[in-house]
Design a protein around this ligand. Structure first.
Ligand code: FAD
Ligand code: MG
Length: 349
């Protein structure tokens, strides 16, 4: 082929590909489904050229899968797989599917990494505080002390297909990690169905897939962590193909005799963790990792978290303290924008 013909062919090919991509962008539509799943409000948005029926099938299929995962991981349902494992603590081992193996083995990994601060066997204490939250008064101190004897994660015996809780009264709780697993799982489900762009939001556990159709980053909001104030955005982070997960003391709590009791518990004392933090937001590639880390960082506080985050070079964490300071540790964050001028980004402590 002559050189000029070859050049012409290249130009024609370029123009064709250019119009194809413009076309494909302009044909993309947004589809969204919002529903309760995993005990929280979940929203999945997808951007695709598929027609409305196909998009609906994908979104409905994904929500059915979230229900299936809830039936495995829920500590709140007696007849979930986790509920049955807990009921058989100290009695018999249970066969487990791969999904539960993955989450339990990662939970034990994080328990070891955090010196037991992140504890998947914390169920006995979580239950007492859930009852307390309904009543609005802290649990009985003696009951709490007894429950503390039932939370040793080293008594979880796990192999590829079976789990056994070695002590009666022990109970697994995966509330600090399972939503993250479900977000990663949802991403893979969407990719398998040809969706390359979307936003998965499982009760604040957010994962963004790809970039926006114009090639720009997504803007993910961070809620106001001040207890008693409206939960509007006080900052946003621009990013793509990442997950952003927050743990804080401002979503699930009750007030009793001028004290705030929230849902992130110290395995040492059995009481809600008391430090100077309002919330910790983690940005990472894996939502399961981000979920476990945000809970762990909240429990450990900034100083101990600095050591932990060194094992996760791709992870960034944003700490919101009670005096409205913001500290960032780990990987540098480029796209953080603070909208509320009461919050100040501080240099390293
Ligand atoms: P995170 O910081 O990610 O996690 C805090 C949660 O982790 C606590 O609520 C507790 O469950 C657990 N936890 C506390 N201390 C520790 C610790 N030291 N180490 C490890 N974990 C700890 N809520 C309902 O009200 N009703 C429901 O029916 C219900 N069903 C659910 C089903 C599933 C499958 C999941 C994953 C969650 C469900 N939830 C339900 C919510 C759950 O109870 C937690 O409150 C929620 O997962 C907390 O998520 P978070 O991101 O706010 O906080
Ligand atoms: Mg968590």
């Amino acid at each position: 082929m002559k050189k000029t013909n070859f050049k012409l062919l290249l130009i024609i090919l370029f123009v064709f590909l250019f119009f194809q991509s413009c076309n494909s962008v302009s044909k993309e539509k947004e589809y969204q489904k919002i529903d309760i799943a995993l005990g929280t409000l979940c929203s999945i948005k997808i951007y695709t050229e598929k027609n409305a029926n196909e998009a609906e099938l994908i979104l409905n299929g994904l929500f059915s899968e979230l229900d299936r995962l809830e039936n495995i991981f829920s500590a709140n349902m007696e007849n979930s797989l986790l509920g049955r494992i807990n009921a058989n603590a100290g009695i018999i081992p249970a066969q487990i599917p791969n999904e539960l193996y993955e989450v339990l083995s990662k939970s034990i990994f994080f328990a070891e990494k955090t010196g037991g601060a992140f504890n998947p066997a914390i169920g006995a204490i979580v239950k007492l505080w859930n009852i307390a939250m309904d009543k609005g008064t802290p649990p009985d101190a003696v009951e709490l002390k007894q429950a503390l004897l039932k939370i040793d994660y080293k008594n979880i015996e796990l192999n590829g297909t079976e789990v056994f809780l070695k002590e009666k009264g022990m109970s697994l709780d995966l509330g600090g990690i399972a939503k993250g697993y479900a977000a990663d799982w949802s991403k893979n489900f969407l990719l398998k169905h040809g969706i390359k762009r979307g936003i998965i939001d499982l009760g604040g556990n957010v994962l963004v897939l790809g970039k926006k159709h114009d090639g720009s980053d997504w803007k993910v909001g961070i809620k106001n962590p001040i207890i008693g104030e409206p939960k509007i955005g006080i900052a946003y982070i621009s990013l793509f193909d990442k997950t952003i997960v927050t743990s804080g003391n401002y979503e699930r709590f009750f007030e009793y005799e001028n004290n705030i009791y929230h849902h992130i518990l110290s395995p040492e004392t059995g009481y809600p963790v008391k430090n100077n933090l309002r919330a910790v937001t983690v940005i990472a590639d894996s939502s399961m990792e981000a979920d476990a880390l945000s809970t762990s960082f909240f429990i450990l506080g900034i100083e101990k978290s600095r050591t932990l985050i060194k094992s996760f070079p791709q992870v960034s964490a944003v700490f919101f303290t009670e005096d409205n300071s913001i500290f960032i540790i780990g990987k540098e964050i480029e796209g953080l924008n603070i909208l509320d001028n009461r919050f100040h980004l501080k240099k390293q402590l």
